[in-house]
Design a protein around this ligand. Structure first.
Ligand code: HEC
Length: 168
């Protein structure tokens, strides 16, 4: 969050992305509860949002650690290795016609909400972190207005594309 490589305006953008991600958590949790049959974690997430308003990072971290235990992201479902040949092809097409149109920026640009090069960001973080960003980033924001258009096999394809395949 305080990376020195970010420009001032990007730094402000990070704040709005966190706001958007926190809103996204409610949606993700709802999806998760349907799939897992477990209880919703609405109260914990509401607390998290209130603590973000107070910028109480220590308390936020505690809730997040608890949520990771009570509502874990089952990342193996989304692994790129599971992508079939046809979802690999679909992911490539999706990138060429949609994602790649916006995701072209490098770090340090003077944009409020830059859409970074997805190969570059995937190479800078763990697979789990990239998956979380993918689930949240593609979920759709005011800026890209994509309303959860992706299926599990789409996500597997995109994980394959951005993590397993190197850019030519
Ligand atoms: C209309 C432009 C646009 C399109 C199309 C688009 N994105 Fe994005 N995306 C953005 C912007 C802008 C952000 C950053 C701002 C934000 O997080 O709201 C973003 C954020 C993300 C993030 C989070 C990155 C991070 O730093 O956490 C991921 C991952 C992502 N997009 C993947 C995709 C994929 C995959 C597609 C294609 C299915 C796609 N996006 C299509 C504009 C776009």
């Amino acid at each position: 969050m305080s990376s020195p490589e970010l420009s001032e305006v990007e730094r402000k953008g990070v704040n709005s992305r966190i706001n958007s991600a926190l809103g996204g958590l409610i949606w993700l949790n709802r999806e998760w509860a349907i799939v897992s049959g477990e209880d919703l974690q609405t109260e914990a997430i509401q607390n998290l949002i209130s603590l973000w308003d107070l910028r109480d990072y220590a308390a936020m971290k505690q809730i997040l650690m608890l949520l990771q235990k009570t509502a874990p992201l089952r990342s193996t479902i989304f692994q790129g290795q599971r992508a079939t040949k046809s979802s690999q092809k679909d992911a490539q097409k999706l990138h060429d016609t949609l994602c790649g149109v916006c995701h072209v920026h490098n770090y340090g640009v003077s944009h409020h909400l830059p859409a970074y090069d997805l190969w570059k960001i995937s190479s800078r973080m763990s697979e789990g972190e990239f998956l979380s960003r993918l689930l949240n980033g593609v979920r759709g924001t005011a800026s890209n207005a994509l309303a959860n258009p992706l299926t599990v096999s789409d996500i597997q394809g995109l994980m394959w594309l951005y993590l397993s395949r190197t850019k030519e």
